[in-house]
Design a protein around this ligand. Structure first.
Ligand SMILES: [Zn+2]
Length: 455
């Protein structure tokens, strides 16, 4: 058999230093190859190993689940009788006992009788770590009022396993390990019919301040309550989702949260923005595009992209407000900024609450021509605005030179252009003879890109 460099075995990366006939093989391929070799030659078999570390479940704390164990001088460690479960925490205890558990200070709780020999015995005063509870409490959610047993089989098997688990990496490593262990135990004991408690895992990133993890000792903590007081909870939520993809850590920024706050303030005026129905078909096309895009981002948990796209959608709504787009916008903003969206929705005169409405649906066909026309206007408006900035003087006239096949298109959008720019626009066909064109700009007119002259 080929010999292996032991250091190379530990190395997880691609290229292993393997001597002999496996020389030059990639690690992943070699792993399969060597397993096959071992199985074929009957020297071993393939097996997955799981390892759970020793788990000290007891704590000298009051808060925690009592350990239902009784210590008897004759019988040793004896479990409490099942009919006496659950053992309840006593209310009267002394918390200021640095050397022993607070439960030790209540003699009524501590002194009891041995369930086996009935002689005087003492109750266990340690309590269980909260990981014990968190390893299975989510299972109980499926049947929380059941007084007869832990949960009903049909209910637990209907609702579980959990579709999506979201947790910080530090907490999730321990919790996932313990809850998987308990789940596998319950399966083995026949309480449930599934083997894994969670189907999908998302580890959210951490919020950093000044380059490091927030901690009280470092004094770099941003208090969420302070932020809520200052900007409102919707701003805080939107900011947290906006600033990074959920898995990556990010640096807290006072400036960025203000940016999000300003955006939501503008959104706040939506209820009174009206319904001018200008560019209605373009707005329908934009709305369809946005519903498809934002729904996809939500499905992929790309919440930062959701918000960027909502901001972009809003910039169109500001220009061409209409009810159809506003309602779709509010429904899609709702998961991010629920209070604000709900308030605007109500101010618009809706009786039903937004939370109980359906996700926006696309009922009309996407109109590509109208969409492109609208995008053309946006491009032109921004071009003319840029020129205005560059010439740096008051402009009274804009000349727009377009190629003959595009004349009809631009004459149909002229009014919108004029009202957006608040300027008079003279539309001309670039090839006409009696053209007003002092700087010979008309020659530059191309398909999809009119030439512009201002004075
Ligand atoms: Zn006993």
């Amino acid at each position: 058999m080929a010999s292996l460099d032991s250091a190379a075995l530990v190395e997880k990366r691609k290229d292993l230093l393997i001597k002999g006939k496996y020389n030059g093989m990639k690690s992943e391929a070699f792993r399969k190859e060597i397993i096959n070799y071992i199985i074929k030659n009957k020297i071993g078999k393939f097996k997955k190993n799981y390892r759970i570390r020793d788990w000290n479940i007891s704590r000298q704390r009051y808060w925690g689940t009592p350990i239902p164990i009784i210590h008897c001088n004759n019988c040793g460690v004896v479990p409490e009788k099942e009919k006496n479960l659950p053992v309840k925490l006593p209310k009267k205890v002394n918390y200021s006992t640095p050397t022993k558990s607070p439960l030790d200070t209540n003699s009524n709780f501590v002194n009891t009788k041995c369930p086996k020999c009935k002689s005087k015995a003492k109750r266990e005063t340690d309590t269980m770590t909260t990981f014990v509870d968190s390893s299975w409490y989510f299972l109980r959610y499926t049947d929380p009022k059941n007084n007869k047993k832990i949960f009903d089989n049909s209910k637990i098997n209907y609702w579980m396993p959990v579709d999506q688990y979201i947790g910080g990496i530090e907490h999730a490593v321990g919790h996932l390990l313990y809850s998987r262990f308990i789940t596998k135990f319950l399966k083995k004991e026949g309480y449930i019919n599934f083997d894994e408690p969670f189907m999908n895992l998302l580890n959210q990133g951490m919020v950093l301040k000044d380059g490091s993890k927030m901690s009280k000792s470092k004094g770099n903590v941003v208090d969420p309550l302070e932020m809520i007081e200052k900007y409102g909870s919707d701003t805080l939520r939107t900011y947290l989702l906006f600033i990074a993809s959920p898995e990556s850590p990010f640096e807290w920024s006072d400036k960025d949260i203000q940016g999000v706050y300003k955006f939501l303030l503008k959104v706040h005026d939506l209820a009174s923005i009206g319904n001018n129905n200008v560019m209605k078909k373009f707005m329908e096309a934009i709305t369809i595009k946005k519903i498809e895009e934002i729904t996809k981002y939500y499905d992929n948990k790309e919440f930062n992209k959701v918000i960027i796209s909502l901001m972009d959608f809003f910039s169109y709504i500001e220009k061409y407000p209409n009810k159809f787009s506003i309602i779709a916008f509010l429904k899609m903003l709702y998961p991010v900024a629920p209070h604000l969206s709900e308030e605007i929705y109500k101010k618009m005169g809706n009786k039903k609450i937004l939370a109980k409405t359906e996700w926006p649906e696309v009922k009309i066909k996407f109109n590509k021509k109208e969409y492109e026309k609208g995008i053309q206007i946006e491009k032109l408006v921004s071009d003319i605005m840029n020129i205005k900035k560059l010439v740096n003087k008051k402009i009274s006239n804009v000349y727009l030179y377009v190629i003959p096949p595009e004349y009809k298109l631009y004459s149909s959008i002229l009014k919108v252009l004029e009202s957006r720019l608040k300027l008079k626009i003279n539309l001309q066909i670039s090839s006409s003879k009696d053209l007003y064109d002092p700087e010979n700009k008309s020659k530059r007119a191309k398909f999809g890109k009119p030439a512009i002259y201002v004075e």
